[in-house]
Design a protein around this ligand. Sequence first.
Ligand code: NAP
Ligand code: ZN
Length: 350
Amino acid sequence: MTTTPVKAFGAASKDADLKEMMINRRTVTATDIEIEILYCGVCHSDLHTARNDWGGTQYPTVPGHEIVGRVTQVGDKVTKLKVGDLAGVGCLVDSCHTCESCKKDLEQYCSEGLIGTYNGPDKHLGGYTFGGYSKKVVVDEHFVLKVPNNLNLAAVAPLLCAGITTWSPLKHWNVGKGTKVAVVGLGGLGHMALKLANALGAEVTLFSRTPDKIQDAKDLGAHNVVISTDEDQMKAVTGTFDVIIDTVPTIHDINPYVATLNISGTLVLVGYLGPLDPFLNTVPMILGRKSVAGSLIGGIAETQEMLDFCGANNIVSEIEVIAMQDINNAYERMLKSDVKYRFVIDLATL
Ligand code: NAP
Ligand code: ZN
């Protein structure tokens, strides 16, 4: 298969800074769309992958799965978009299309294994997929999203991961008018969770360690803020929430949050991946029919539903646009929770 060399930014090893490199993109097949990438959001997962926090990173790695841009070429059989249209690509670029999950529009839970936008096995070229810190990407049309054209394009990018990752559990657990929702952590995912839960009509609370974020949280859609390190504030919300979306990226004690669930409430982990420590105490779960669950991004149809909802309700991410060359500094700031509330790379700088 023929390829085109494309400029990108990636890491050569787990300890290396990201720097400019060349990668190959395949020539469009009949069902492919080529997109000139204009903006790419910076997810904490990009950092986890670049630094091999989860193991399994294939180097060199080019992160980035919050991609928006313009269509520059389409294959003969493409019907979804045409040259010149806006397009988005999120965390998925392929799946088996035939398993039970794929048939139910749950490609993220594909039983053959989802193919991530980066660090996924590349079915076309062999090797591993490269993400959105690059000038162009070629993706099968099924995995390309239509982007509403009434929104600030750079601020749409984070919807492709931070947006869908919080939207999917909010929808799955039926959040709407009358639901009491809490969000743990005000970062990229957390700020989208506040906006989306508020727009769905829920009563929204933020749990944060950071008192400086109280006003921002209220501006973003939280009706209440609980400082999670303050025992009295935590006690005051015992037994309150129907759904909690926990976005904290590192290991932490979730038992204090389980205590704030109402009877039959569910805490959904979307941030930390790994064994819990301290252990989960089952007593409050059994005595209150409470659940602790997890959730992974969202399927393509659900991602489109979220983008359309954001278009109709004028919802975008709060962003700080950076040059490609500032990515290493941006990662350091992200580790200090010094992001308001998502970095987005302007690919014109690459
Ligand atoms: P982020 O922008 O860095 O935000 C994380 C927030 O969590 C911080 O702003 C901070 O908020 C809080 N926090 C950080 N360290 C903490 C600690 N030690 N204890 C308690 N709170 C802490 O990250 P993000 O991009 O939103 O991503 C969050 C996590 O979700 C990452 O691990 C990422 O890999 C994962 N993720 C999962 C999925 C999925 O499909 N499940 C998809 C995308 C990302 P406060 O200052 O308010 O406390
Ligand atoms: Zn992400």
